[in-house]
Design a protein. Structure first.
Length: 278
């Protein structure tokens, strides 16, 4: 979903885009198979920047086997890219890798920046170890940026009727899909941005505020509220890690580096994404 916005945006900024693909590579493509540990290392030569947005589709519940597959996929993907880019004769200037806001623990009303402590549960350690593997490329002089991405607004999911989750008081960071594409472009060209980055709106809202605004924009009543205990019964620990956690995340590093948000307010971001999604 993110790539579908990032590719046309970056092309509009004058970049030439080559895709990493899992099928036989054609024109404008480079083959890789992260799970099989295969990549066209010669095809990686000579790029100015590499952006890794790849992730496997997560199951509806974190079983032990599901966790193992998710972790193996994340580490294999980041490691394969970082290690092979580091070996290139003409290395890229930058490697941008997807991470996630789940690296931070639930922290109530406390403001979270890139310098805040990280968590210790499954989701946090997954993101932590994924970032660490990607940082291997930095030893070869490649600038590495890990995007600690929140919920991304865009695509068909934006039209789903949502209701309050739990008591609705948890902070729920978000970013517009087109805003994220702009951030990626900004990061490519801003050499002072290195390491972890919070690509989040500067106006994080509580879940209840988010629900109210989204319902108003869509012109309908909010969906049914979902009690915390029911969520935990349905999806287990994913409920606390992804939906009930309170993360009041601030985009400090982006703001410090002069980034100006296109859609800082949720209502404007939603109206834009609804318009572009048709």
């Amino acid at each position: 979903m993110i790539g579908s916005a990032a590719v046309p945006y970056l092309a509009s900024q004058g970049h030439e885009i080559i895709r990493l693909v899992r099928h036989e590579a054609g024109a404008g493509e480079v083959f890789w198979d992260p799970d099989g540990g295969k990549i066209d290392s010669v095809g990686l030569e000579g790029f100015d920047g590499v952006i890794n947005l790849a992730t496997m589709q997560w199951p509806g519940r974190w079983t032990t086997s599901a966790k193992q597959k998710i972790r193996a996929n994340r580490l294999a993907t980041n490691s394969l890219l970082a290690e092979n880019l580091a070996k290139c004769h003409k290395k890229p200037n930058i490697l941008i890798c997807s991470s996630g806001m789940g690296i931070y623990p639930s922290s109530g009303d406390q403001v979270i920046t890139e310098d805040s402590a990280i968590g210790s549960d499954f989701l946090a350690t997954l993101q932590r170890d994924g970032e660490a593997v990607a940082m291997k490329a930095s030893g070869a002089g490649i600038r590495v940026v890990n995007l600690r991405t929140p919920a991304v607004l865009g695509g068909e999911a934006i039209r789903r009727n949502i209701g309050r989750i739990g008591d609705g008081r948890q902070w729920s960071p978000w970013i517009s899909r087109d805003e994220l594409a702009s951030i990626i472009g900004y990061v490519l060209n801003t050499e002072t941005i290195i390491g972890p980055l919070n690509p989040v709106s500067p106006n994080t809202l509580r879940n209840s505020e988010y629900t109210e605004t989204a319902s108003r924009v869509m012109g309908r009543k909010p969906g049914a509220s979902i009690p915390a205990f029911l969520l935990r019964l349905m999806i287990g620990e994913m409920a606390d890690a992804l939906l009930l956690a309170s993360r009041r995340i601030d985009p400090k590093k982006l703001l410090d580096n002069g980034y100006q948000f296109r859609f800082p307010a949720l209502e404007d971001a939603l109206r834009h994404e609804v318009a572009v999604s048709g």
